[in-house]
Design a binder for this molecule. Structure first.
Ligand SMILES: NC(=O)NC(NC(N)=O)C(=O)[O-]
Ligand SMILES: [Zn+2]
Ligand SMILES: [Zn+2]
Length: 516
């Protein structure tokens, strides 16, 4: 082809290759899509394939279907009684038979603690545990890392630390602390740099670099959150006086070491009134978010609710009055009861605390009714020394439960007697959490969504014994020794097979998710 003379001879030499690349670019697709299929990112060497199973969990029911995946996305979901026969499809068909194909879990409450506290957990270990547990997206909490995610610069450090080290997709919550509420420019910069929302504590966190905020601090941030359409997450406990509690009338210092080894002692130091008071204050502030209010359109989300009594009741009332508020609880509140926790077993310590078995039953009812919207792990491990495993002192031990890898089987196992369905599992663990975080491409098996899938066998049971592979940094977890139902067979993140029966691909190709 002769080129017109307006193109000089030097340029002419470049034009053909440039033209070639331009055409190739259009034909092959954007470089962004190509990079998702880099060598070593997937155990499966195909970027176009079909997943078949008799039980595919979709938004319109659980049925036998084939899910076609192309370049990381779901391109079709077709109801069909039998798997495609060999040669019937021109692409590879992975037939999982009677195993369940469900959207990967979106865990909106995970403490990965990196940078700065890699000795507690980390991107590499935490996201491997996620992949092995069928969790395809985790959203990292802004505290326990050092520095905490309270400024744009700190978020950048986090993003840098995550680069190349994550096995699943990871988003970040920013932290709301008195310092950035006092300077909304810092907060706005943080939102502009891509945090999916903000998180604050209404009680001390135990860490100086993440101070608590009051209801009025939260109120001050709501208009900004409304502007960006991102949620405000709150650890809702407000410290209440304990003098009237007989056990504590002389102060915790006077308690015997035997008393300190009882979970019931710890429980009495954090009564339901702490959660109730926090939620009362929050629901007052939430009135600003209704149409015509100063923070119209802002959304408040209450993390890890434990009290199924008055706390949930006031949230429910606010919902009925048209306030956009949501709430999560965690598997440990649904699986355990305070009176069943062995003496000195501080693996079970978390805040708010695990309450009694009648509270646990009420939590299940609330979840099934829809009063509780979703589940999260609140995976928050600490080194065994900090958990006071040796002394068993519940008052000294650091709070936080380690269980990211077990969310799915624990919910399923503990949910059996409550007749939990697969559709509920997908709503609580995938579609509702994805909505909270505005992750439009996540959370359901549907045309156009990211191909984030977990394939698991609900009927298979196993014991979390010493030979069981736990991928968390620390193996200290209250689920050790448990017999669980629900075996994770394989996990796909954007079509990349990131876990398959104990194996992971060579590279970690999770994406850092940003709200931009
Ligand atoms: N610093 C923490 O990780 N705290 C966490 N600790 C718990 N839940 O016991 C939390 O989410 O509150
Ligand atoms: Zn919390
Ligand atoms: Zn937490």
């Amino acid at each position: 082809m002769e080129l017109p003379d307006v193109v000089g001879p030097a340029l002419r030499g470049w034009t053909m290759p440039l033209l070639f690349f331009a055409v190739a670019y259009i034909l092959v697709g954007t470089p962004q899509v190509e990079t998702q299929f880099r060598e070593g990112c997937s155990l499966l060497k195909h970027d176009h394939f079909v997943v078949y199973s008799k039980r595919v969990v979709t938004p319109d029911g659980v049925y036998p279907a084939s899910v076609e995946i192309k370049q990381g996305r779901i391109v079709s979901v077709i109801r069909r009684r039998e798997a495609p026969r060999k040669g019937e499809e021109d692409v590879v068909v992975l037939n999982y038979g009677n195993a369940v194909v469900m959207p990967g879990l979106v865990d909106v409450h995970v403490h990965l603690n990196e940078p700065g506290r890699e000795d507690w957990e980390g991107f590499r270990t935490g996201t491997r545990a996620a992949a092995a547990g069928g969790v395809t997206t985790v959203i990292d909490m802004p505290l326990n890392s050092y520095p905490t995610t309270t400024t744009k610069e700190h978020l950048n450090l986090k993003r840098e630390a995550a680069k190349g080290n994550i096995s699943v997709d990871v988003g970040f919550w920013g932290g709301l602390v008195p310092e950035n509420v006092a300077n909304l420019t810092i907060l706005e910069e943080l939102l502009n740099s891509g945090v999916l929302g903000l998180k604050s504590f209404m009680c001390p966190t135990g860490l100086n670099d993440f101070p608590m905020t009051t209801a009025s601090d939260i109120q001050a941030a709501l208009p900004l959150l409304a502007k960006y359409g991102r949620p405000m997450l709150v650890h809702a406990e407000v410290v209440q006086p304990l003098e009237d509690t007989p056990l504590l009338s002389n102060g915790v210092e006077s308690l015997s070491s035997d008393a300190r080894r009882l979970h019931s002692t710890y429980l009495s130091t954090r009564p339901p009134s702490w959660e109730q008071e926090a939620v009362r204050q929050l629901m007052e502030v939430a009135k600003d978010t209704v149409p015509g209010g100063p923070a119209e359109g802002a959304r408040i989300h209450i993390v890890h609710v434990s009290d199924a009594g008055a706390t949930l009741q006031s949230i429910q009332e606010a919902k009925e009055n048209g306030v956009d508020v949501s709430v999560e609880t965690c598997p440990h509140y649904l699986a355990f009861a305070s009176e069943e926790i062995p003496q000195g077993d501080t693996r079970f310590k978390c805040s708010p605390p695990i309450r009694d078995s009648s509270n646990r039953d009420k939590l299940w009812e609330a979840l099934k009714r829809g009063s509780v919207d979703m589940l999260s792990s609140d995976h928050s491990p600490a080194p065994p020394e900090m958990k006071e495993i040796d002394s068993g002192d519940f008052l000294k031990a650091w709070g936080g439960i380690s269980g990211l890898q077990f969310s799915l089987p624990v919910t399923w196992t503990a949910g059996k007697s409550h007749r939990v369905t697969l559709a509920q599992m997908a709503r609580w663990w995938s579609s509702n959490p994805a909505k909270l975080a505005n992750l439009d491409r996540k959370g359901s098996i549907q045309f156009g969504k990211d191909a984030d899938l977990v394939v698991w066998d609900p009927e298979q049971s196993y014991v979390v014994d010493d030979n069981y592979s736990i991928y968390h940094k620390h193996k200290v977890t209250p689920y050790a020794g448990w017999t669980l139902s629900g075996k994770i067979i394989t996990t796909f993140v954007r079509g990349q097979q990131v876990y398959k029966e104990g194996e992971f691909p060579e590279k970690r190709c999770g994406m850092r998710l940003s709200a931009l």
